[in-house]
Design a protein around this ligand. Structure first.
Ligand code: CA
Length: 229
């Protein structure tokens, strides 16, 4: 039996810790946990877990402060567990360096899918020459995008958006992150131009742009490229 993947839970609500611990154990992971941000940072340093599940409302620090402190020295994927429904909190956490978020109450399936995505992003064996999900293929070397056998003609900006999302498939990218990557750090962070581009991208890629199967909208937060077909 190999080494189990270790997941650190930083959460002050014991009932949630219990549920998470048993779900993770049932799926072959090893869960370790603590209830404050300070302990969390210490455990992250001493155990080097593969993924951290982080509650935003901790007794001693704000979850976003934990992410900022962690990001000074570590790239361990962080999935935020948020009881808050406000979009602003999720966006702040992602902009601080969280990799993903999941809103309580969440389903076991959703949690496990997020963990698998986070783990995939740290595994080095990623194919960087192309990306495929369902019928969509992006050939990074030749700058070609295809849906099935059909070549898709994207503008430069549309192509950049699709590539960024594909390189982060499974993860949500905030409007702000996308805008900064594409238009630069001083770009006006007005989402309108991004939305206009997304309308055009979906018209070109999706069978039914109203029910996208490749690029999902995370309402009020950003976009996520499908990574499971
Ligand atoms: Ca809490």
């Amino acid at each position: 039996m190999g080494q189990k993947i270790q997941i650190l839970i930083i959460e002050d609500e014991q009932s949630i810790v219990n549920v998470l611990t048993s779900v993770l154990a049932n799926h072959g992971y090893r869960a370790i946990s603590c209830r404050t941000g300070k302990e969390g940072l210490m455990m992250a340093a001493s155990y080097c877990p593969s993924v951290i599940l982080l509650d935003l409302g901790l007794p001693d620090m704000d979850g976003n402060e934990v992410i900022r402190a962690l990001r000074e020295w570590s790239a361990i994927p962080v999935i935020v567990l948020s009881a808050r429904t406000q979009e602003r909190d999720k966006i702040d956490a992602l902009d601080c360096g969280a990799d993903d978020y999941i809103t309580k109450p969440f389903s076991t399936g959703e949690l496990l899918a997020r963990i698998r995505t986070a783990l995939r992003h740290i595994s080095p064996a990623r194919n960087t020459k192309s990306f495929t999900v369902g019928d969509l293929t992006i050939d990074f070397e030749n700058h070609q995008v295809k849906v099935g056998e059909r070549a898709v003609h994207l503008t430069q900006i549309e192509y950049k958006i699709v590539v960024l999302l594909a390189q982060n498939a499974g993860k949500v990218m905030t409007y702000d992150q996308l805008i900064k990557e594409i238009w630069g750090p001083y770009a006006d962070n007005n989402n309108r131009i991004l939305r206009v581009n997304m309308v055009n991208i979906r018209r070109k890629l999706e069978k039914n742009p109203a029910e996208p199967q490749y690029i999902f909208t995370e309402s009020g937060v950003g976009y996520r490229m499908n990574d499971i077909g």
